[in-house]
Design a protein around this ligand. Structure first.
Ligand code: FMN
Length: 323
């Protein structure tokens, strides 16, 4: 199976609401190069009116928008619902010159699902078909979908994958959990394997890839075409070094990488005009997994969480010892 969206065996930095904004992604491209594809967190399709064009560009990030290579290697994710202005927004995305739309069919949040969006759409294949076809008909660029296995179970899963194929998705990411599983149970990779069997378009595997070894095991066990990493990428934004270069770092190198990543990120945030309170909140959120596997990682994570200022956070991070 071939696609020009990503090379076989490639790795995608997953969309994550509240994390993968342009500044975070810029930090990733500068400090942790090697990801084949990045993703924006979702942008909700409005139920009335439309976003100003500059809002769409801001969501992708000026730098990603203006760089033809990154524009074509960044999934611009949208989240829609049956009554939203999907066609209008898709046309607008095309007019603006954004190259890749990814449709979110996995978001489990109550607010999103109450409006009939995200994983709720997996319940109603008729509506799903209408939405996916309408996006395909109105967008000439790259178009992919990201799904969970189903709402309560995988009873409609094969039909969903076939439907997405027939309606024109060029690649499908499968997060191996149902909506009802939330994150409570481990991802079930056999669903990814099932999707590979029924799909004519490449399947990207997703769920519980925490290390380069996991990614390679997922490719081998499921036959998926590429791998998407979310929390594992928050833990190790420099994941491509492990995956492509086989680097196995010592704890002190790991700590140094985390320090460097976070200081570049904070510099960029400050340069963008983010205020102190916002930066503190953001640093707490992006460090949720980054100290995992350090000998005193859990304690460090707690100290960061209790910190009230950026300088406090960096005193803790830069003063951390490994014994
Ligand atoms: C903080 C956070 C935010 C997320 N936001 C999004 C999102 O905006 N769009 C999306 O498709 N999935 C989102 N997800 C789901 C992930 O992309 C991914 O499918 C899921 O975490 C399973 O992968 P993992 O086991 O590698 O974390 C989010 C996950 C996390 C942890």
């Amino acid at each position: 199976m071939k696609t020009d969206l990503i090379k076989a065996g490639g790795i995608i930095f997953a969309p994550m609401e509240g994390v993968t904004d342009p500044i975070y992604r810029e930090t990733v491209t500068e400090v942790c190069p090697g990801w084949d594809v990045l993703a924006c967190d979702f942008l909700r399709v409005p139920n009335a009116g439309h976003y100003p064009k500059k809002h769409l560009i801001k969501h992708l990030g000026e730098r990603f928008y203006n760089d033809p290579d990154w524009n074509a290697r960044t999934m611009f994710q949208i989240l829609t619902s049956p009554n939203a202005y999907t066609v209008e927004m898709v046309k607008q995305i095309q007019e603006v010159g954004i190259k890749w739309i990814d449709l979110n069919l996995g978001c489990p949040s109550n607010t999103v699902c109450k409006n009939g969006g995200g994983s709720f759409l997996l319940k109603d294949l008729f509506t799903l078909e209408r939405i996916v076809s309408s996006i395909r008909k109105n967008f000439n660029g790259r178009f992919t979908c990201k799904v969970r296995v189903g709402w309560a179970d995988g009873g409609q899963f094969s039909d969903t994958i076939k439907l997405l194929n027939d309606a024109g998705a060029e690649m499908i990411t499968v997060h191996g959990r149902t909506r009802e599983m939330m994150y409570k149970e481990p991802a079930r990779w056999h669903w990814i394997e099932e999707a590979v069997k029924v799909s004519q378009v490449p399947i990207v595997g997703n769920g519980d890839v925490w290390s380069a070894l996991d990614a390679k095991r997922m490719l081998k066990d499921t036959g998926c075409y590429a791998v998407m990493v979310a929390r594992g990428a928050l833990k190790t934004p420099w994941f491509p070094m492990h995956y492509y270069e086989g680097v196995q770092e010592t704890p002190d190198v790991r700590l140094m990488m985390a320090q460097k990543f976070l200081s570049v990120y904070a510099e960029k945030m400050l340069a963008s005009g983010v205020h102190e309170k916002g930066l503190v909140k953001q640093l707490k959120s992006v460090t949720r997994f980054i100290f995992d596997e350090l000998p005193e990682g859990e304690a460090l994570r707690r100290k960061v969480l209790l910190s009230q200022s950026t300088s406090n956070i960096f005193n803790e991070i830069n003063g951390a010892s490994l014994c």
